[in-house]
Design a protein around this ligand. Structure first.
Ligand code: ADP
Ligand code: ZN
Length: 630
């Protein structure tokens, strides 16, 4: 049944505008397109969905890399419906299986899951449905495949394909490693004739190679999408009073909207959630220190209710396929560009305008460098961590388009600048900071000679500004030749200089107290062999254009349509509550907006709207027309 080896790589990274036009579209009337329209209510495939689906339907193996929101699910859900037999979907997220199955049930697809949360009767029922071929998709956790009982169950049914979701969990270097994923290479040995499709939103080629090797997907065709997310506006701002800055962002740009706020520590998650709550934001905390029941309840509320803000550590988010997350904010510096991109990618899956916002300051650099120095593991491991941090810092300090730099990191090119990131919208000024760097490095050099003493960035800046603080007087640092030689810059600007030198490796931090120390690079600057260009610190945050920059994505609604949209949302909230489903499982915002804009007056007209498939039309069509007629 499996097709001949096809190891070519389809790389659509250059066709960012509309990749589909470069490829042969699947013919009108084909079974897959018919399924897309009838079941899911969508007009056309996106990107290379059609190619992946055709390849898998024909029995080929596939490795699919698409950004979050790219539309990976349909790549296995449609083959599951078109191919004979049941599709077995391996997913690491037990807590989300119910939602995945609910979403399929809502469009009339027969699906089930088996995991430890099921009672015995339900389990028996799902097993029987699988064996009888009465479902099209069966979701399993990877650990289930280690059990003999599950394997013998699978032998009793007919499997049409294996889908391995979140396939990067097989990567031992990634932050989502799941040992049970390593075992999945046995699928190929046990069921050699069944095609396998592995999917991930992790973009680096190293991860891709690792997935292919570890899952023994040696003959799989690779499909690599463009990782651009044009509807997300990327912004990185200097950190001042991060919680207040965050609150301003929520109030000015995302009032009442759902979003995720990432913090590094559990303590700061709790504090930030409390702060937001006290300021009238519907916020909830999520971190590994909360008990499982609280975590599950908070996650449920975030998924189901409209406009909840989740404040979390990075323990939260994988597999959360809530489409209407309108912003992702980072209050601390992420450890790598991979992590940052994955986390920010959780915004705007529905394609509507969204914001990725990061507040970043000197303390972040000091803290992260310190964490690396004191981390367990060998030198190679620490170097690896440092390299990842350096790439993240370079993104923060760049004067280039953030999106160009991000895609560049993933080996993809963007033509020109994006027009929808902070540096494009309010270009930062750069200045020649060589002399300032020399003044700072000379100060560090003089302090360095006082062994056993620990002086951090704040003390150096005080010296440069000529401040006679107690500490300066005590150590007689007011007699240093560098005392007071830096009054041309403000404290904020000096902290910016320190931060940028640290980011570029022209300065280092050592020990528990964040003592500044010179590096090989410092010598080049001091020896005038190197100039240092810096990003100007703004006294006030630059006014960035309203994040409705990606206006091409959504048509603005007229006042009347906006009113209709609100009524449709209220209807959806009530319906979701009544049926115990997340609101987005009923209809996405994008679909409701379109309904509000078009104001269809018949079921036939309604059925033409993207996201209204056969089943939802039958179930909700009359009700929607009723809301519109009000
Ligand atoms: P991923 O798993 O890649 O993050 P999803 O499969 O959740 O993405 O899809 C993201 C969103 O895009 C979903 O809301 C899905 O319904 C929608 N979508 C996927 N494919 C299409 C399509 N061909 N046309 C319209 N919407 C689509
Ligand atoms: Zn840009």
């Amino acid at each position: 049944m499996s097709s001949p080896a096809d190891v070519s790589t389809v790389d659509l990274t250059t066709a960012t505008d509309s990749p589909a036009t470069e490829l042969t579209p699947v013919g009108e009337g084909s079974a897959t397109l018919e399924t897309l329209r009838r079941v899911f209510g969508y007009d056309a495939f996106r990107g290379f969905q059609a190619e992946v689906i055709d390849h898998v339907v024909a029995g080929g193996d596939a490795l699919v890399l698409m950004p979050t929101g790219g539309g990976k699910s349909l790549c296995y859900q449609i083959p599951a419906l078109v191919r004979e037999g049941v599709a077995v979907v391996v997913s690491p997220l037990i807590a989300l299986m119910q939602d995945q199955v609910d979403a399929l049930t809502a469009v009339g697809v027969r699906a089930g899951f088996l995991n430890s949360t099921l009672d015995l009767d339900t389990r028996r029922l799902v097993e029987a449905e699988f064996v009888a071929g009465e479902i099209d998709l069966l979701y399993l956790a990877p650990e289930a495949l280690a059990s003999r009982a599950t394997l013998s169950l699978l032998d009793r049914g007919r499997i049409g394909l294996f889908a391995i979701d979140e396939a990067h969990c097989v990567s031992q270097w990634g932050h989502d490693f799941r040992p049970d994923y390593l075992n999945l290479s046995m699928l190929h040995e046990r069921w050699p004739g069944v095609p396998r499709i592995a999917l991930t939103a992790t973009a680096t080629s190293a991860t891709r190679a690792e997935i292919a090797t570890r899952l023994k997907l040696t003959e799989a065709r690779h499909f690599v999408a463009s990782f651009d997310r044009p509807n997300i506006q990327y912004r990185i701002v200097p950190k001042r009073e991060p919680r207040k800055q965050l609150l301003a962002l929520l109030r000015d740009e995302h009032p009442g909207e759902a979003g995720i706020v990432y913090c590094l520590s559990r303590a700061s998650v709790d504090k930030t959630a409390e702060f937001l709550l006290a300021n009238g934001v519907d916020a909830l905390p999520y971190h590994a220190g909360l008990d499982a029941a609280t975590r599950a309840a908070n996650q449920q509320r975030f998924l189901r209710a409209d406009g909840v803000v989740m404040v979390a550590t990075i323990a939260f988010g994988m597999g959360i396929d809530k489409p209407d997350v309108r912003f992702v904010a980072h209050l601390d510096l992420p450890k790598s560009v991979e992590g940052y991109y994955q986390e920010t990618g959780r915004a705007g899956r529905d394609g509507l305008p969204s914001t990725a916002w990061l507040a970043y300051g000197l303390q972040d650099v000091v803290q992260q460098r310190k964490m690396i120095d004191t981390s367990e593991g060998d030198l190679a491991h620490r170097r690896n961590l440092a390299a990842h941090l350096d790439a993240m810092l370079a993104l923060c300090e760049t004067v280039r388009c953030r999106r160009v730099q991000l895609l560049d990191y993933f080996g993809q090119a963007l033509d020109g600048s994006c027009g929808n990131c902070d540096t494009c919208l309010a270009p930062p000024e750069s200045w020649d900071g060589t002399v300032a760097a020399q003044k700072l490095l000379s100060t560090v050099f003089r302090l360095d000679r006082e062994r056993n003493q620990r002086f951090g960035a704040g003390h150096c800046v005080d010296i440069l500004l000529g401040r006679s603080t107690d500490k300066i007087v005590q150590h007689r640092h007011d007699s240093l030749t560098v005392f007071g030689i830096g009054t041309e810059l403000s404290e904020t600007e000096w902290r910016g200089v320190v931060r940028q030198l640290l980011a570029e490796g022209l300065l280092a931090v050592e020990g528990d107290y964040g003592t500044l120390a010179l590096t090989d690079g410092s010598a080049e600057v001091l020896g005038r062999r190197r100039t240092v260009m810096m990003r100007r610190e703004q006294a006030r945050p630059a006014k960035v254009a309203k994040p409705r920059g990606a206006a091409t994505v959504v048509a603005e609604l007229s006042a009347e349509a906006a009113g209709t949209f609100e009524r449709l949302r209220a209807w959806r909230a009530a319906t979701a509550k009544e049926q115990g489903l997340p609101a987005y499982v009923i209809f996405h915002d994008a679909t409701l907006r379109q309904i509000a804009a078009d104001a269809p007056s018949s079921l036939a007209e309604l059925s033409r709207i993207s996201g209204v498939g056969e089943n939802k039309l039958a179930k909700y069509g009359e009700q929607l027309l009723g809301v519109l007629a009000d």
